[in-house]
Write a protein that binds this ligand. Sequence first.
Ligand SMILES: O=C(O)CCC(=O)C(=O)O
Ligand SMILES: [Fe+2]
Length: 283
Amino acid sequence: MAKCNLRFDFSNCFDFDIWRPESTLEKCKQALLSHSIVLVKGIPPSEESFFRIGAKLGHPMRKYSQSQSDSIDQYLGKVKNTLTASGDAPMPTQGHGPINMHTARSYSSIRPDYFALLAKNEGFPLVSAQTSFVALADAIEEFKRREGETWPSSLDLLSSVKVLYGPKHVKEGVCDVPILERMEDGTYVFRYWEEIMSGLESTVISASDRPHFVAILERFNRIVNSPDLALQHLLKNGEMILIDNRRVAHGRTGFTPYLSSDLGEKIFNPRELISMHLQSASP
Ligand SMILES: O=C(O)CCC(=O)C(=O)O
Ligand SMILES: [Fe+2]
């Protein structure tokens, strides 16, 4: 049975101490190193405080590398349920369908080390849709179990075959490194995206036996997206989750764009989260 080893407990879930923010952030950094995921509660839910806190945890990355402006908007992603009047398809993070497991900025050769998400839903007690997280270490453990004795060659292929990021809407140079990277200590890091399984005829660019590789990736993909392996969390106003973006993938379930009030009225659910991509502050 697949097992999820991610959880929030006293060792990686903290209340933000507004009088001694530095001490909370120091605990965060330590917990991130050993658990790859941290939950902090009670953060003042504004763009400014999120940016200030993020900038103490790492180096914030601009959303668009070309931009010269230094406004904090250049660094903050908005994950918001926007209902477009024009009927245009919203971006995946703006719609209410599910987002499958992925790591932030998988298209880029310079990927964020950390991904931070803060819920900013004042006036809405509960935000619908659970954000989910899967640890690569858990996925690999399950993968080894299911592959049986061929797991070494399967893992070798996942860490040597180059796969080009597929979606066409990304204008910046796209990255083609393998899905997995084996570190010196024998652990793995990864890049992963929602539509990874589409267009594999053109995105798998260095396999000597493409169908064999695709079959392996299909099995791996099923594990990464398996609910048994995911930690799910319903973010509340002022909660921040920080993850190691190379060891933990994130996604979310679908949600209801409307909530009903106590009086039975329909209220629009903005489900507003702010996100930030960070580079680790240590070299
Ligand atoms: O909406 C969520 O919970 C996750 C959002 C997300 O995947 C993103 O901002 O990249
Ligand atoms: Fe995401």
